[in-house]
Design a protein around this ligand. Structure first.
Ligand SMILES: [Cu+2]
Length: 316
């Protein structure tokens, strides 16, 4: 997908709620994103031709694989760091819903009935409170009118902050390109040195990217066989996690979880930035324990879409 133009409304809302601020602590030890170095950063990266086993290789330069590029975009990278796979980082929040949230959302009991219907992803309009009532929403492009039933459909269409795919199987030594299609994302492994449960193979360090600017990218080479659970530091509280399974052929490595720190969060704060609308998107914990992200399923399918994880979570 091409980078989404965030509406000013959405941007303002996310800023006012501090959604963007949570990532500020990351990246102080990783200098690649220094804006004064931007004109030379790609050249320096290309010359370094190496992917650090902890900090990977970041670039703020335009990502050859950004937007709708096909797999031939990998050829644009120097051979020594050429990616074998791509994972995109997205913010799946409809601008119209954010605009409605900003102007106060719905009164009760409408919000509650919308959330009850959205919980299983299947909106039955007659179950909503006054489904044909209309609401006017102020947007940067003018005022739009929507019915309660249409807003309910928007709520179920909301998949939130996510990696795409959310599950991926790679061979040992493969390079994964993480593409920032929207702002404010980063990648970190669940690791005790990040104050988390260890959810990476033994001997794997505290993998971390800097915060990646829109249109930029981060490369990481997965060398050690096993299961890697990753999160986006600013968006972990909204369920933005993913799983990389590294193995030869069809072998399925087992999950290794050590209680060395905080486990993946069991709560999602998505309703807090959606004016109380709850699209029932899985928390970090719910996503990482969902059936579609079981290592065997990831190996069998090669990749697992975030939407599949959301659908399985919403099943009644
Ligand atoms: Cu993110």
């Amino acid at each position: 997908m091409r980078p989404t133009d965030l509406s000013t409304t959405r941007r303002r809302l996310l800023q006012s709620l501090g959604v963007g601020a949570a990532g500020a602590g990351l990246g102080t030890t990783v200098g690649a994103a220094d804006p004064t170095a931007a004109p030379n950063s790609m050249a320096q990266n290309s010359q370094s031709n190496s992917i650090d086993p902890i900090f990977g290789l970041a670039s703020a330069e335009p990502n050859p694989c950004g937007g709708d590029a096909d797999a031939s975009c990998f050829e644009s990278f120097p051979a020594a760091v050429r990616p074998d796979h791509e994972v995109e980082m997205h913010i799946g929040l409809p601008g119209l819903l954010l605009a409605l949230a900003e102007q106060g959302g719905f009164s009760e009991p409408t919000t509650t009935t919308v959330n009850l219907e959205a919980a299983d992803g299947d909106i039955v309009a007659r179950n909503l409170h006054r489904p044909d009532a209309t609401v006017e929403i102020e947007t940067p492009d003018g005022t739009v009118t929507r019915t309660v039933a249409e807003i309910a459909e928007l709520v179920t269409a909301t998949v939130g902050f996510h990696f795409e795919p959310a599950g991926i199987h790679v061979n040992p030594g493969d390079v994964v390109l993480f593409s920032a299609e929207t702002p404010d994302h980063a990648v970190a492994a669940y690791h005790e040195r990040h104050g988390r449960q260890n959810r990476v193979p033994d001997s794997v360090g505290p993998i971390a990217s800097p915060q990646i600017p829109v249109g930029g990218s981060w490369l990481y080479r997965f060398e050690t066989e096993g299961v890697y659970d990753l999160y986006c530091p600013p968006h972990q509280v909204f369920g933005m996690v993913m799983r990389v399974v590294v193995s030869e052929g069809d072998s399925v490595p087992s999950l290794s979880v050590e209680d060395t720190g905080r486990p993946p969060g069991e709560e999602t704060f998505l309703p807090d930035i959606l004016g109380g609308f709850d699209p029932n998107v899985p928390s970090s914990h719910a996503a990482l324990t969902a059936e579609p992200l079981e290592p065997s399923n990831i190996v069998e399918n090669g990749t697992v879409s975030w939407e599949v994880v959301v659908e399985s979570h919403r099943e009644p």
